[in-house]
Design a protein around this ligand. Structure first.
Ligand SMILES: Nc1ncnc2c1ncn2[C@@H]1O[C@H](COP(=O)(O)OP(=O)(O)OP(=O)(O)O)[C@@H](O)[C@H]1O
Length: 643
């Protein structure tokens, strides 16, 4: 209530409460008299009442209560003035030019009073009361709150730094002599003479952790799990393929020792191809488990039934999570008890798919206990725990988790779900720079959340919705590209854009989405690789990990909603130290948010291009004909669906 008094009466203590009350009473009496005299005046002016029923409409109108101008009931003038003063002050503060605790400019009040009088409100003599010098609340200016920096565990805050550029300061193959000569030979045979920075950092670290053989961790200790965050196309695949193959080179009995989990069939296939290259001349065997073949066919490649049980046929299994769980559940003899390496590629995406609970199933299968009489009783292992004298008595095969991604999450809560053991992070990003990495060159990085390939140039084209297909046609026809990848946000958009470009002609075009089965998709990717397709219109199915050499341009027909999606989409070009362009078509409403998102991501420069309508105009007649064809095609497809 005290606050209410302060607002209503300017300063009751100073002015004297009695004085204020007397003044208020006097004014109320005067007001009452004035109202009564007005009522009398009105009565006098009104005509004699007509007999009932003569003019019902006029009567109705008269009986309706007249609307009075809204007044603040029971509010004194000083209160009204102080209220006005406060409002004026608030408005001023919102305009950003309020004085700290200052009063409202008197002109502002008088201007408003006059306006009110002019609008038929209170008469001017009423409005001019005593000044209201009361304390006025306010002075609230909006201050930008500083960004809260997350408090990260040391391993995340102080990563082992990795250079971003894959064109400078590369490490020649012979400079890492720990890598087996046969593998070095294979690398050279595939045109690799130096290691990329991420490989130069991760391969020795992994080989060191397996230096005592893969059965026991170094010195009997459990090796650290590794997390690797490096830009797209920086060679992360070889960073785990080489050390895993080398660690398993001298295995005697075939067991599943390495399991690589990837989010899509296409990616799994790509990675299994790389494993096949480097295991070709070794006794190691690789199995692909993605659901592209029937479960029975995959089982044949994994396990063989023998007289005394089951024989494992694969040392390295490359799998998608769903199919992997199918085999854990349904394949007799599928055993992960000898698993030494669990590689999670595209780890951030795989963490998001943890609702499929594939990881707990894998871990449970890897730490499955058979009882004291089983064939592997001596090597039975328990989940990592504190090292004690008792725990070092029995040899333990460690399970080492290796996480790779271009957009690895820094969220400790998410990473915790993976149950990492004393993890170590290798990163090209700055992270939260700790004392360890102060001497590391930053490659012109702006300190954003993720890092991009050095040879990638980012562009955006502001446009209207209706001109988007024309711009795609203009880019595809005008730039004379051998391979361009165009992303949309849905398979319907991909399909329609594909039909339209096909109907327009002049470009060899194909689409890639879940509309097609795995076999067809594989064929499309192969044709794209071979250069038979100039423009591949795709959903985000090809956004991650897909390595097609010679993609010169990535077009975001639909702007990606998330930064991670942008990083992976544009990462299909400018791979392995090459250059590439990324163009995003932006509608007016998307522009601000998108540019802000990229600025936060630390995109060094985003070139703005306006495509003048004169350049698009020559395409319009043919485009309109193509639109008609598209309409027909869509109608026919609908009919076929209904039938
Ligand atoms: N040391 C090297 N020298 C030359 N080329 C290499 C080297 N290492 C890898 N590459 C090539 O670089 C390309 C990209 O490699 P890779 O697919 O492993 O990238 P990535 O980091 O996994 O990318 P993404 O994050 O998009 O999955 C491949 O074509 C690969 O053959």
């Amino acid at each position: 209530m005290a606050l209410f008094h302060v607002a209503r009466y300017s300063d009751p203590e100073a002015a004297g409460i009695e004085e204020v009350r007397a003044e208020a009473g006097g004014r109320a009496r005067a007001l009452l008299e004035r109202l009564q005299s007005r009522a009398r005046e009105r009565q006098r002016q009104e005509p004699e009442p007509e007999p009932p029923g003569t003019d019902t409409e006029a009567e109705g109108r008269r009986r309706r209560p007249r609307r009075r101008p809204r007044r603040r009931r029971g509010v004194t003038d000083s209160f009204a003035k102080s209220l006005d003063a406060r409002r004026a002050k608030r408005r001023k503060a919102e305009d950003g030019d309020a004085d700290e605790g200052g009063e409202t400019a008197p002109e502002a009040i008088s201007v408003r009073t006059e306006t009110r009088a002019a609008q038929g409100g209170r008469p001017p003599e009423e409005a001019t009361g005593p000044p209201a010098p009361g304390p006025v609340l306010g002075g609230f200016t909006r201050r930008k709150t500083p960004k809260v920096q997350p408090f990260l565990p040391t391993w995340l805050a102080e990563p082992s730094p990795v250079r971003k550029s894959v064109t400078e300061g590369l490490i020649p193959i012979e400079d890492i002599p720990e890598v087996h000569p046969d593998l070095q030979k294979q690398l050279r045979a595939h045109g690799i003479s130096s290691y990329f920075p991420v490989q130069a950092a991760v391969i020795p670290a992994l080989l060191e952790s397996a230096a005592g053989g893969f059965l026991v961790g170094r010195g009997g200790y459990q090796p650290s799990d590794l997390c690797v965050s490096a830009p797209t196309g920086s060679g992360k695949t070889l960073a785990f393929v080489i050390p895993v193959v080398q660690a398993l080179l001298h295995r005697v009995v075939c067991h599943i020792r390495a399991l690589v989990v990837l989010p899509t069939k296409e990616l799994a296939q790509q990675v299994s191809k790389v494993f096949n290259i480097y295991t070709n001349t070794t006794p190691l065997r690789v199995a692909l488990v993605t659901g592209q073949k029937s479960l029975a066919k995959e089982q044949e490649n994994l396990i063989q039934k023998t007289a005394d049980g089951y024989r494992c046929l694969a040392d390295i299994v490359v799998a998608t999570p769903g199919r992997l769980v199918d085999h854990i559940d349904q394949t007799p003899g599928f055993n992960l008890q000898q698993l030494r390496f669990l590689v999670v590629d595209e780890a951030d995406r795989m963490i998001d798919s943890m609702h499929q609970s594939w990881l707990p199933r894998v871990v449970a299968a890897a730490f499955h206990r058979e009882g004291p009489t089983g064939p592997c009783a001596l090597f039975q292992r328990i989940q990592p725990q504190a090292v004690t004298t008792a725990s070092t008595c029995y040899p333990q095969m460690p399970l080492q988790k290796l996480l790779f991604s271009a957009t690895l999450t820094q969220n400790p809560e998410k990473l915790q779900r993976l149950g990492l053991y004393q993890p170590r992070l290798f990163s090209t990003g700055l992270g939260h720079r700790g004392p360890k990495d102060t001497d590391v060159e930053v490659d012109g990085d702006l300190g954003g959340k993720y890092t991009f390939p050095v040879g990638l140039t980012h562009h955006y084209v502001p446009c209207r919705l209706s001109s988007k297909p024309l711009i795609i046609l203009h880019l595809a026809l005008g730039m004379n590209l051998s391979r361009a990848l165009c992303f949309t946000n849905s398979r319907e958009n991909s399909h329609r854009l594909f039909l339209l470009v096909q109907a327009f002609g002049g470009v060899s075009v194909a689409e890639f989405s879940s509309r097609y089965g795995p076999g067809q998709r594989r064929k499309i990717l192969k044709q794209f690789e071979q250069g038979k397709i100039q423009l591949l219109i795709s959903t985000d199915a090809t956004a991650r990990g897909i390595d097609v050499q010679g993609v010169e341009l990535v077009i975001n027909y639909d702007a990606p909603q998330y930064l991670r999606t942008y990083v992976h989409r544009v990462g299909r070009t400018a791979r392995a130290g090459k250059t590439g362009q990324a163009v995003t078509l932006l509608l007016k409403v998307q522009e601000r948010k998108f540019l802000q998102m990229l600025a936060e991501a630390g995109v060094p420069q985003l070139a703005h291009h306006k495509i003048p309508s004169e350049l698009l105009q020559p395409l319009v007649p043919q485009y309109e004909a193509a639109l008609l064809q598209l309409e027909k095609a869509v109608k026919e497809e609908r009919k076929l669906k209904v039938v």
